[in-house]
Design a binder for this molecule. Structure first.
Ligand code: PGA
Length: 245
């Protein structure tokens, strides 16, 4: 079970970032033994958040596919790994909306997998009424040319674009339907034995009221939390709610 906090472009100062991180750090270790909590702050805060004895994991919100060289403004996987980062969010709709292409996502994904960073590959439809086809096409493009043996560390984030930041989470029944379609597609791409190894997370206006239902009824293996991850009390409630006793 995994709960990922996507802070996006927040907070505005290092002091606030440390405060937010420390508030999550107070989660009891016994709870963190049952849920993996991954904090994905902006790049600039990654090296200042002290993981020591926290039981938390760090993730980045993006990465570049080259390791070094003349690429102004880019952050490589090796740089992230050097800071103790374990996860990276890739293909988030907010990055796609600024021009990221399927082929760029594919290159980033290959690099992250090759270098041992765990990618959380985000896919999701723009319209609530769409079928699952655009989601599966994003998935197909992202994993194109990747061998099954490389997939051990990948996670999929189902993030319906219309639900993100809207206060209007996806109906659990729809999330479940998409989860089944993703499992089926992975089986088609990589063979039946791969299906159960790849966790699927739900993201899009998750709050503490609905969080657990995605796990219990929606068959998700975790959650991606944006807005609510900036509110320590609410985020802690979400984490605690998904611990299935
Ligand atoms: P939200 O964001 O929880 O604010 O909707 C989720 C995400 O974009 O990962």
């Amino acid at each position: 079970m995994l709960v990922v906090a996507n802070w996006k472009c927040n907070p505005q100062t290092l002091k606030e970032a440390k405060q937010l991180f420390n508030s999550v750090k107070n989660l009891p270790r016994s709870d963190l033994g049952k849920v993996e909590v991954v904090i994905c702050p902006p790049f600039v805060y990654l090296s200042s958040l002290n993981l020591q004895d926290s039981g938390l994991k760090l993730g980045a919100q993006d990465c570049f596919w080259e390791q070094k060289g003349p690429f102004t403004g880019k952050i490589s996987v090796l740089m992230l790994k050097d800071l103790g980062v374990e996860y990276v969010i890739l293909g988030h709709s907010e990055v796609r909306a600024l021009g990221e292409t399927d082929s760029q996502i594919n290159r980033k994904l290959k690099t992250a997998l090759d270098r041992g960073l765990k990618p959380i590959l985000c896919v999701g439809e723009k319209e609530k009424t769409s079928k699952t086809t655009p989601i599966i096409e994003q998935l197909r493009a992202a994993v194109s040319g990747i061998r099954k043996e490389k997939l051990q560390n990948i996670l999929i984030g189902y993030e319906p674009v219309w639900a993100i930041g809207s206060g209007n989470p996806c109906p659990v029944s729809r999330a479940k339907m998409v989860k089944i379609a993703i499992d089926r597609a992975l089986k088609e791409f990589f063979g039946s034995e791969i299906k159960d190894q790849i966790p699927v997370l739900y993201g899009g206006s998750v709050d503490s009221e609905i969080a657990k239902r995605y796990i219990v009824e929606g068959q998700m293996q975790g959650l991606l939390v944006g807005g609510a991850s900036l509110e320590p009390k609410e985020f802690t409630k979400i984490v605690k709610s998904v611990i299935i006793k």
